[in-house]
Each structure stands twice: as C-alpha cells, then as structure tokens.
Design a protein around this ligand. Structure first.
Ligand code: C5P
Length: 266
C-alpha cells in the first residue's frame, strides 16, 4: 500500500493579470506547501473501490465524481495498471483555497506513479487536464505559477517557517470569486512576495465578509509576519517568527470555533 500526503497549498501571493477568452484567468502566483494535508492511500486490488474518512468526508460523500476517482480513471486510461483500492482521509475543509481536491488528485497520481513506475514529469499533462492547481500540487514544491497556474518555475522557499491556517467555516466557490474580479491588472509579482497581493481577496470578501475579520485578527497576533488569504479563500494564513507564537495564536482562533491548522512550510 502506498500512502501520500496531499499537502495543503498556499498562494503566498496571487496576482490576477487578465481574463482569457477561454474563461480562465492569466495568473502570477507564488505556490507554497505545508507539512499537513489530506491522506491518500492506494493499493492494487481485484476491483476498484473508494473509501472516504475524516472530519470533512461528509461534504464529499455521494460525489461519485470527485477528483481522486477522476485522477485514478485518467491514470488508467493513459498508463494502465489495473484496479485499485483507494482511500481518502479528508482533513482539510473543501472549497477553501488551499488546494483540496487538486492536492488529492495530485497525491493520487503520485501514489499510482510510485506503484507503476511512472515519473512525475510524465503525468504533467494529465495533471494539467484535471485542474489548474494540480500540476503545482503534483510537484509540491515552492514555485512561481503563470498561465492558469500550470507554467511552473521552482524557486527557493521558506522551508520550516511556522504557519497557521485559519478557515472561518464558509465554503467559497472559486469560479464565483474569479467572476467577481474587477478586471483591473494591478501589476506583476514582486521579487519579494511579502509586498505582493492576493487579487482575489476583495471579491472573496464581498461574498464572505468574515474573511476580513480573519485577516485583521491574524495581523494582530504577536509574531505574525506575512498575513494573506490563500487562493480564492476563505482560508487565510500567517507566517510566524516562532512555533510558540504560532501556537499561542492558534489557541485564540480555536476558541472562536474556527478551523485551524498549525503547521510549517515545506
Ligand atoms: O482549473 P480548475 O477547474 O481548478 O478551476 C476552477 C475554476 O476556477 C474554473 O472553472 C475557473 O472559473 C476558475 N479559474 C480561473 N482562472 C484560473 C484558474 C481557475 O478563472 N487561472
């Protein structure tokens, strides 16, 4: 049996540059990953099966067409490999801007690739067809993403930096947030992501005003550095100067009943 962590994805900055004729948006983003995420296991089997566990399993249950099973089908269409028993331990909130389904699909491909000796590079095109963030999640390294997010350029990361993820419990539709983007190009990614932006924050806040509360509360925590919303929201994060200050902040947010994940950048 192969186990893969579907590490949560963060956008340390996300600049939306243009609306494209195909309905997608031209992005410049800095992808980073954290140590924790959903857990995918894959084992060869007589017949296909898919099992769902974990605190957020209920949201996906009944969805026979989730990204894990789609990734497994697409892998078999291209590379063969027979039937598999696949399980997904859903620990991250869904529709929350931290990869979720994309990371699950990527972890499924990595596991199948390990089982059947298929290299990551050979699964790139397949990953790209499954979703804009799936290629970034497939490699799972700090990288600048351009185009829809699939044109990747690995860069040095802040490996080991303590980070706290906070989600106020509202699911936000990625397509809806992009639709509400005002169409104004505010310029390219700066060399230092701390001085960058998330251009999806204003439209996401229009849908879920509580995001503003989360960001203000994160910025007020002792030891917090870079504070930003990830992806199309509603999950926000802060990098901290120490694990102790991160953990102190974590208690504050947990007391409010918000979902929290104290972790580190990989
Ligand atoms: O590629 P994926 O299916 O994950 O994207 C979900 C939705 O997010 C798309 O249908 C599109 O509305 C929006 N999107 C976008 N531009 C991107 C990535 C995603 O408009 N670069």
């Amino acid at each position: 049996m192969i186990t893969e962590v579907a590490k949560a994805k963060l956008n340390l900055a996300l600049h939306v540059r243009a609306r494209r004729p195909d309905g997608y948006h031209e992005l410049e983003t800095l992808f980073a990953f954290v140590e924790h995420g959903d857990i995918v296991t894959v084992a060869p089997a007589e017949t296909d099966s898919f099992a769902l566990t974990g605190p957020f399993a209920g949201v996906l249950r009944g969805d026979g067409d989730n990204l894990v099973t789609r990734a497994a089908r697409a892998f078999r269409d291209q590379f063969g490999g027979g039937a598999h028993a696949i399980s997904l331990d859903k620990r991250l909130p869904v529709a929350s801007g931290i990869g979720g389904g994309s990371a699950d699909a990527a972890a499924t491909l990595r596991a199948l690739g390990r089982l059947h000796d298929v290299a990551l590079d050979d699964m790139f095109a397949l990953a790209d067809r499954l979703g804009s963030d799936v290629p970034a999640c497939l490699y799972g390294v700090t990288a600048i993403g351009r185009g829809r997010g699939e044109q990747l350029e690995p860069v040095a990361g802040l490996s080991g930096a303590p980070v706290l993820l906070v989600n106020p419990g509202v699911a936000v539709s990625t397509a809806e947030v992009f639709r509400r983007w005002d169409g104004i190009d505010r310029g390219p990614l700066p060399a230092d992501p701390r001085t960058g932006r998330n251009d999806l924050e204003p439209p996401a806040r229009a849908i879920a005003p509580v995001i503003g509360e989360v960001l203000d509360a994160l910025a007020a925590q002792p030891g917090a550095g870079l504070v930003r919303m990830s992806g199309s929201g509603a999950t926000c994060f802060a990098l901290f100067d120490s694990a102790a200050s991160r953990d102190a902040a974590c208690e504050v947010f947990a007391r409010r009943g918000w979902w929290v994940l104290p972790t580190r950048l990989t």
